[in-house]
Design a protein around this ligand. Structure first.
Ligand code: APR
Length: 314
């Protein structure tokens, strides 16, 4: 089989870590792209020099142009600007300003990606996640099964990690799922959470479980509070889990931001739902039976997504 190729746009914390894990899992050759000159080249060279020790056998290159990304099987988009103070005015941008800035960046990047890799599957990581999925869908012209957002993989990973820490059991035995948009209104589902098949509520008091749900919802903010910038290991792990499912056609069920067309009662909206990921991208959306409380929480989350998507002006 021909060698597989994954391009990662944005060679910052998340992008470089994606490249790192794609390499260590030997999933594909990697092309790292950034607008900053030297940055993707330097990080790619450093990573390539670790190969003789780590024993991965791939081509890893860094570049400022899209020529080298041509024919990518998967493209991860992490490009964007974080929410930070303007050094001149000392003010933070408003939510709307930030959305518009990242809309412009993700839009430009997506057009380049689509032109050079018309058959690629795009995984969006840039925030605000659900809205940036709409941008990539619009600007690529790709069918929606090839434009997917990474959010649920991360949120679910955080949820499972907290449960394993609380119960002092292996993360491997924790199963669970988080639905909804990638924000404080996300919907962890305790009814569908189990540890080695045992419902989590048999193992953990309700107050502890609720605390974990709250901590999961604010998981991103907790890391920003500790290090001052947003997380990268777990977001990159989530994206690479999706890449692996696609490249290896694993048909994994991974909660992902997917354009809904009637599923769960939503239309034309990117929302985190369990999706079967394989060689074609999103191969199926799994519709879970939700109770009234869960549906209510999903609606609150969907409303939060709609309000950000509304800023895009599509
Ligand atoms: N084209 C290519 N790269 C770009 C562009 C562009 N038009 N604009 C910005 N970049 C690059 C920046 O130069 C930077 O190297 O995107 C990179 C972003 O990296 P970081 O600032 O380190 O951000 P990171 O922590 O990696 O997060 C990236 O993922 O999880 C989300 O909220 C996070 O939206 C953010 C994204």
């Amino acid at each position: 089989m021909a060698r597989r190729k994954v391009s990662v746009i944005g060679a910052g914390n998340v992008g470089a870590t994606c490249a790192h894990w794609i390499a260590t899992r030997e999933l594909a050759d990697v092309v790292l792209v950034d607008i900053v000159e030297g940055l993707p080249q330097g990080k790619a060279l450093d990573l390539a020099q670790s190969a003789p020790v780590m024993k991965f056998d791939l081509n890893i290159i860094g570049t400022n142009s899209y020529e080298e990304t041509a024919g990518s099987d998967v493209v991860i988009i992490t490009a964007g600007v974080p929410r930070k103070k303007d050094p001149v005015t000392g003010k933070y941008p408003s939510r709307d300003e930030l959305v518009k800035t990242n809309q412009k960046i993700v839009g430009e990047v997506t057009r380049q990606v689509a032109q050079h890799s018309p058959n690629a599957i795009i995984i969006i990581v840039s925030n605000p996640l659900d809205a940036m999925c709409h941008v990539a869908l619009q600007e690529s012209g790709f069918p929606s099964e090839r434009v997917i957002g990474q959010a649920g993989a991360l949120d679910t990973a955080r949820y499972k990690a907290f449960i394993a820490m609380e119960l002092n059991v292996s993360v491997r035995d924790v199963h669970g799922i988080v639905l909804g948009g990638h924000g404080d209104q996300m919907v962890p589902l305790p009814r569908h959470t189990s540890v080695a098949g045992i419902p989590v509520r048999e193992l953990m008091a309700e107050d502890k479980l609720q605390a974990i749900i709250e901590r999961t919802r604010k998981g991103g903010g907790e890391i920003v509070g500790l290090i001052g910038v947003s997380a990268w290991y777990a977001p990159a792990a989530g994206a690479v889990e999706m890449v692996e499912a696609i490249i290896r056609d694993q048909k994994r069920i991974i909660p992902s931001a997917v354009l809904l067309n009637g599923e769960y009662g939503y239309n034309d909206l990117y929302i985190g739902v369990p999706a079967v990921l394989g060689a074609k991208g999103v191969e199926k959306v799994i519709e879970m039976e939700l109770n009234d409380e869960e549906k209510g929480m999903l609606e609150i989350s969907a409303e939060a997504v709609r309000s950000v998507v509304g800023i895009l002006g599509y």
